[in-house]
Design a protein around this ligand. Structure first.
Ligand code: PHE
Ligand code: FE
Length: 291
């Protein structure tokens, strides 16, 4: 994950590219147990909810073996499948550092794991979100290409001062994306699959809007970082996502600089509606305080 702003010096102990050793041997048994608990809950919930690419990736990487995965072990399989690897970082890294890693097919992941009393919600991405949520999709060749292209596009958007627009694309695809399949809507976003409650809410709750993916529409829609989303965008397929984002965004950025944002709960003319949400959850105040 990335934090706002420009590159600063890495924290003490980190390399110039902000990576650190995962130091797998130093995890405590209780930390492995947190992984196993989270893994077991999601493995039971996600068949029939997550897309095939995610479920296949989860199997291919054997993410339940021995608790928190050893990055060295999963990287062997990931390298073989798509040439990606996971690298450990101390926490959020600056945007340019993050994009540089993605552009080189490296996914920066936190090494720490949430505490047993934080199973359901935490603000900063931990190793469960980063590895369980993101890495299975990186076994899919098309998604793997998309993520690398996003890294290259991120460096470009940063240079143009339009990262706020591109960040929405990441948010509404990589983090909170839904996909249309012959069997119904499926999840591919890491922020959803790594959350037990949102894996249910994103597909089943009548509150959020669910709208067909449209690149410029997405880039004009703000998002929430602190609660369930009020809108989800549905892609027709990973191939279609890769195709639409292949084009040079320069003309889009020029239009976006002059286009107003769209309210987070608004419907727009031209929206392809899967669900016209009630917004009942958001209007009732959302997540209870303190969670
Ligand atoms: N095509 C985009 C550009 O020209 C780069 C990009 C690709 C961004 C894929 C996001 C995802 O900026
Ligand atoms: Fe993430």
């Amino acid at each position: 994950m990335s934090a706002d702003g420009f590159s600063a010096a890495p924290p003490p102990g980190a390399r110039p590219d902000w990576t650190i050793d995962q130091d797998w041997a130093s995890y405590a048994p209780a930390e492995h147990e947190v992984w196993m608990t989270l893994y077991a809950r999601q493995a039971e919930l996600l068949p029939g909810r997550a897309c095939d690419a995610f479920l296949n990736g989860m199997q291919a990487l054997d993410l339940h073996r021995g608790g928190i995965p050893d990055f060295e072990r999963i990287n062997q399989e990931l390298q073989r499948l798509t040439g990606w690897s996971v690298v450990a970082v101390p926490g959020l890294v600056p945007d340019d550092v993050f994009f540089e890693h993605l552009a080189n097919r490296r996914f920066p992941a936190g090494r720490f794991i949430r505490k047993p009393h934080e199973l359901d919600y935490l603000q900063e991405p931990d190793v469960f979100h980063d590895v369980f949520g993101h890495v299975p999709m990186l076994t899919d060749p098309i998604f793997a290409d998309y993520m690398q292209a996003y890294g290259q596009g991120g460096l470009k958007a940063l240079g143009r001062g339009q990262l706020h627009n591109l960040a929405r694309l990441y948010w509404y695809t990589v983090e909170f994306g839904l996909m249309e399949t012959p069997k119904g809507l499926r999840i591919y976003g890491a922020g959803i699959v790594s959350s037990h409650a949102e894996s249910i809410f994103a597909l089943d709750d009548p509150s959020p809007n669910r709208i067909g993916f449209d690149l410029e529409r997405v880039m004009r829609t703000p998002y929430r970082i602190d609660d369930f989303q009020q809108i989800y965008f549905v892609i027709p397929s990973l191939k279609a996502l890769r195709e639409t984002t292949l084009a040079d965004f320069s003309a889009i950025y020029e239009r976006l600089a002059a286009a107003p944002d769209i309210a987070i709960d608004a419907m727009e003319p031209g929206d392809r509606i899967f669900t016209c949400g009630t917004q009942a959850y958001a209007n009732a105040g959302g997540r209870p305080a303190g969670r």
